[in-house]
Each structure stands twice: as C-alpha cells, then as structure tokens.
Write a protein that binds this ligand. Structure first.
Ligand SMILES: Cc1cc2nc3c(=O)[nH]c(=O)nc-3n(C[C@H](O)[C@H](O)[C@H](O)COP(=O)(O)OP(=O)(O)OC[C@H]3O[C@@H](n4cnc5c(N)ncnc54)[C@H](O)[C@@H]3O)c2cc1C
Length: 347
C-alpha cells in the first residue's frame, strides 16, 4: 500500500525543507522526496544567511535541515519524482522510483539548473560563480569577467562596475544578441567586450582561476566571474498537472505559494523572485503556513458545524498520533522554564 501524507514536498533544497519544517511542526504529516544535487548543494560556502557562518557548505546546511525536519517527524526520501497524477478522490499519487505515495497537497520546490557554457571553465566557486548577490562582494577591486552574449550578460557586466573598475564581457565568439539600447548603454560604461573564444586557462595551486588565454594568444587575468546563459526551470511535473507558468518560465504562484491548480503549491527558485536562500526559506515558511490555513481542522466553520455537528472530545487534537507522540517526546526532552526568569508567584 502506498504511504499516505497530507503534504508531499518534491525537492529538498532550502525552500522545500523549510516548507516541510513548517507543515510538520504545524501538525501535518509530511514527506520530502529529493533527488539531490540542486543549487544549494553546489555552494562551497554560504553567504547572506544570517546566523550561518561562511565556512558552512551547502551540503552541511542541507544535512542539518534534514536532521531538523526528521527530528519533528517528517519523512525524507532520497529519490527522483517521475510522476505526479490526480487520483479519483481529488488527492495526488506521487511516483519516485519504486515508491508511490498518496498525498492531499503537493509542493514543487524543484528549483532550476544554470545553463553552463562550454569548457574550458574553472571550478564552480573557484572562479566560476552563478550567484551575483552572493559573490559580487568577493570581487571588490578584483578583475572579473562576465560571459555571455545576451542582454542579461551585458547588464550584469555593467552591474559589476558597482564593485570593481575591472570588468570584461566575454562573448566567446558568439554574435551579440543584446538590444540596441543595451549596446548604447554598454558604450557609455568602461567595459572591455572581448569577442575571441577562450583557448585555455591558468589556475593557482589552490584551484582558483588566475587567467584565460584567448585564441588570438592574448592573456587576461581574472579572479573570477559570472556565466550568463539562462536558467532551465524544473517545471515538467507541474505543467503536466495544468499548472501555469510566467512568461519567463517560472511557476506562477500567489503570496503563499498557491498555484492555479487546487492542492498544488510551489516555492523557491522555481518561482519568481530573488534566487537566494533567505528568500527561498521565506517562501517555504509562507507556503507551510498557507497550507496550514488551507487544511487545518479547527475552527470548524458554521457550515461545517451544520454538516458535521459541534467539535467533540473525540475529534481533538487534529494532529496524527505519530506526530503527536513525536511532539510529546520532543517537548519532554527539551529544557524546562528558563532559570533566569523570576519564579511565578501565586499572588
Ligand atoms: C554556486 C552557487 C552558490 C550560491 N551561493 C549562495 C549563497 O551563498 N547564499 C544564498 O543565499 N544563495 C546562494 N545561491 C543561490 C541558492 O543556492 C538558491 O537560491 C537556493 O538553493 C534555492 O533553493 P531551492 O530549494 O528553491 O532550490 P535548490 O537548492 O536548487 O533545490 C531544489 C531541489 O529539488 C530537487 N529536485 C528537482 N527536481 C526533482 C524531482 N523531479 N524529484 C526530486 N527532487 C527534485 C533538486 O535535486 C534539488 O535538491 C547559490 C547558488 C549557486 C548555484
């Protein structure tokens, strides 16, 4: 028999794991099914997450998060979801490898993958960087490149002048596709546009990029830079259910991650917004709370009281026995009242 859950999260990056943290602690049986290897897993170190030091890698951050959600009673599976289909009773059947689960709500937290340019390329995080808001800071006053031939590459090159005076735009032999307006803007910014293809690169002993050698033999030194070739959103499972996308290819959602299909939600990089861990976590938190609002048993509305009668002791609490036991164990193990607070008196 397939396992049954109230909530199944597809994707276990920061967005999906935060959604699961909220739904589980708000009393909803939750599964996370994660293929692994998403964008957070690529981080050698973590920036912009307050309370998390830079030396924490993406995989360390994610493992702590998995331990947290399992500690509250969520189930975490390492597998690839291959199909999500509606059942006759209005729920969803989620297939991952040999496993099937039946679930009332599905959350897509599947992220996207960055389109990678052709080699030669330095290692990600050692001269090749995909996150402007995370890594621009490390290039203050350093020589940087931006790779690409579209509007986004040209704009990111101009944006990098906020951080450093040494910015090259590398088209790598491709014909520029940026607009006339962008061309005029570029001409008014001190950026070298290099059209030659890269032939080879030089790296330091620590693996960091030091220079690219171009096909015409010129050598240009760089500390690092940003490839700008677009994003491949993981939306196939959602669109097969009739979920609508935005014009730029993300899953369209409301403020709490609800899509146009009842019972289907989406969070994180696969939805519009800044592609940052704190943003993904915020979206996950709002979605988890939204699912709680959409599904919690009480208060019973007047229509429900009319249909099912008043709430009786047998109906409460609404939380499953499994999550209830886990919460009791957790709370029994947690420390008692803070000894620094004054003791309560009866008068
Ligand atoms: C190199 C790099 C460095 C970065 N550094 C930072 C940083 O320092 N600070 C910061 O704030 N942001 C950083 N970012 C951005 C940050 O990683 C993302 O914004 C964040 O990870 C988005 O979280 P997410 O959960 O939406 O997606 P992801 O982290 O990409 O997770 C999506 C998950 O869904 C899974 N998945 C997809 N399809 C399926 C399927 N069919 N079945 C099962 N699972 C599936 C994937 O395997 C993946 O595990 C960085 C990004 C990159 C690429």
């Amino acid at each position: 028999m397939p396992a049954e859950y109230q909530v199944t999260v597809v994707g276990g990056g920061p967005a999906g794991l935060t959604t699961a943290l909220y739904t589980t602690r708000l009393g909803h049986d939750t599964a996370v099914i994660n293929r692994g290897g998403g964008r957070a897993a690529m981080m050698l170190d973590t920036h912009n997450v307050i309370g998390v030091t830079e030396d924490v890698s993406g995989n360390e951050l994610l493992q702590t998060a998995v331990d947290q959600i399992e500690g509250y009673g969520a189930d975490y599976y390492r597998d690839t979801v291959s199909d999500v289909a509606e059942t006759d009773d209005g729920r969803f059947r989620v297939t991952a490898g040999d496993m099937e689960v039946i679930t009332e709500r599905v959350v897509f937290a599947t992220g996207f993958s960055d389109a990678r340019p052709a080699p030669p390329l330095p290692r990600t995080g050692r001269g090749l960087h995909y996150c402007l808001h995370c890594d621009a800071y490390m290039f203050v006053d350093q020589p940087v490149f931006v790779m690409g031939h579209g509007d986004s590459a040209a704009h990111v090159a101009m944006i990098m002048l906020n951080f450093t005076p040494e910015v090259d735009l590398l088209t790598r032999g491709a014909e520029p596709e940026w607009s006339e307006e962008t061309q005029r803007m570029l001409e008014a910014h001190p950026i070298d546009v290099v059209h030659e293809e890269i032939d080879s690169m030089e790296k330091g002993e620590d693996g960091w990029l030091e220079a690219f050698i171009f096909e015409d033999g010129t050598r240009r030194e760089y500390t690092g830079g940003f490839p700008m070739y677009g994003s491949n959103y993981n939306t196939d499972l959602a669109t097969a259910l009739g979920v609508e996308l935005t014009d730029s290819g993300e899953i369209a959602v409301d403020d709490h991650g609800r899509t146009n299909v009842e019972g289907i939600y989406a969070v994180g990089d696969v939805t519009p917004g800044h592609n940052q861990i704190p943003v993904a976590m915020g979206q996950g938190a709002k979605c988890g709370i939204g699912i709680h609002y959409d599904t919690r048993a009480f208060p019973r509305s007047l229509e429900e009281i009319e249909a099912h009668g008043p709430v009786t002791e047998a109906d409460i609490p609404a939380i499953s026995d499994r999550l209830r036991d886990r919460a009791r164990e957790h709370n029994a193990a947690s420390p008692g009242p803070d000894p620094r607070l004054p003791a309560e008196s009866d008068d």
